[in-house]
Write a new protein. Structure first.
Length: 367
């Protein structure tokens, strides 16, 4: 037996007209009933997507972690449609009831959770949009076999939200180093009776020092760690200005998980991103042709953060018993994937290159 107080609360996903399950529709941006087709307006929650003070919440997070009692990696929710008890991974934010098939999302408990999800970018693309993007993409791949471009594939899709952290910070950097400017000297080199004049490049070094103020806004760190990370990194560029206040109902019909990267680790990654940008801007500010012995000390102030969910499709298709993966940004349609290469096209390219090399060699031999 389970104590009902220990159960996580699921968001009501019942259709008010027929009692069937609802899902979020990316085209209308509303909830639609799977059975009767009723459209339920989804106006979202009121208020702006807020950012929180990093130092304050980091301290709360550490204190909570010290006092945390180790628990199971599973949580239980009650399906309000069929009454079944569902056990899911505690990192999951949405699921489907294995008994009645209804969509379930876990209600976020603001009071119990130290750090909660603040914003979401809802899905903007439909499966029809994805099919068009897929066929446009595969037809534009020059090295893909011709038969693949002409075939009418219907890939399998999965739609899910990826968690991200965003960080803002005011930075003050002090730097010192050596600026190098190239100059050239002319030298005469004698070898036996021959003589040749060469230009030698040298570097004139000048010590430099200064400071740089820079504000970083919404440095994005993905909260995912899985086999699709390399794919996701190619398309996970979102317009955060289109984000909405987090509402669990946007998750109905979609997969979603919490971030597997904690707040402290997220900021460490964001700071590395900021540090690389600061270094690049300082080198540009120093000028010259090269920079050496660069030492930078940076202070990070007024750091704020938020946690969000962003839409992503991943799909696959099979050619000659081999499966190829691709991902699509669910907001703007940015696409990345793998595809088979045409052995014939590659062979023709190699033949043409060899032919050109042979022609060049023969030209110099006989002319």
């Amino acid at each position: 037996m389970y104590d009902e107080e220990e159960l996580k609360e699921a968001v009501n996903s019942k259709c008010p007209q027929c009692g069937s399950t609802l899902h979020f529709d990316s085209e209308s941006q509303n909830l639609i009933c799977d059975s009767c087709g009723s459209i339920i307006p989804l106006n979202g929650k009121e208020g702006a997507v807020e950012e929180y003070d990093f130092e304050t919440y980091l301290q709360k997070y550490k204190e909570n972690k010290e006092n945390e009692i180790k628990t199971e990696n599973k949580i239980n929710i009650r399906c309000e449609d069929c009454g079944a008890l569902i056990m899911i991974d505690k990192m999951q934010l949405s699921t489907e009831c294995p008994f009645c098939g209804s969509n379930k999302t876990i209600k976020q408990n603001i009071e119990d959770e130290i750090i909660h999800i603040e914003g979401i970018i809802p899905f903007q693309l439909s499966e029809e949009d994805n099919n068009q993007l897929f066929h446009q993409w595969i037809k534009s791949r020059f090295w893909a076999p011709g038969k693949i471009k002409k075939a009418l594939y219907h890939p399998a899709y999965s739609a899910f939200y990826i968690p991200i952290w965003t960080f803002d910070a005011e930075t003050f950097s002090q730097y010192s180093g050596m600026r190098g400017d190239y100059y050239y000297v002319t030298r005469t080199i004698r070898s036996g009776k021959s003589m040749r004049i060469v230009q030698e490049r040298r570097i004139r070094w000048t010590p430099v020092a200064g400071n740089l103020n820079e504000f970083f806004d919404d440095v994005v760190i993905r909260g995912t760690q899985n086999v699709l990370d390399d794919y996701i990194g190619k398309v996970a560029f979102y317009n955060l200005k289109e984000s909405q206040k987090y509402d669990e109902k946007y998750l109905l019909g979609y997969q979603a998980e919490k971030s597997s990267i904690n707040l402290e680790e997220g900021f460490e990654r964001a700071r590395n991103v900021m540090a690389r940008n600061i270094r690049t801007h300082i080198i540009k500010k120093i000028g010259g042709d090269t920079v050496s012995s660069l030492n930078i000390k940076t202070k990070y102030d007024h750091v704020t953060f938020k946690q969000m969910l962003c839409p992503l499709y991943n799909g696959s298709y099979q050619i000659n018993k081999k499966r190829y993966l691709f991902v699509i940004n669910g907001q703007n349609g940015k696409f990345y994937g793998k595809y088979p290469k045409s052995a014939m096209k590659i062979s023709i390219l190699i033949f043409v290159i060899l032919l050109l090399i042979t022609g060049i060699v023969l030209f110099f031999l006989y002319y």
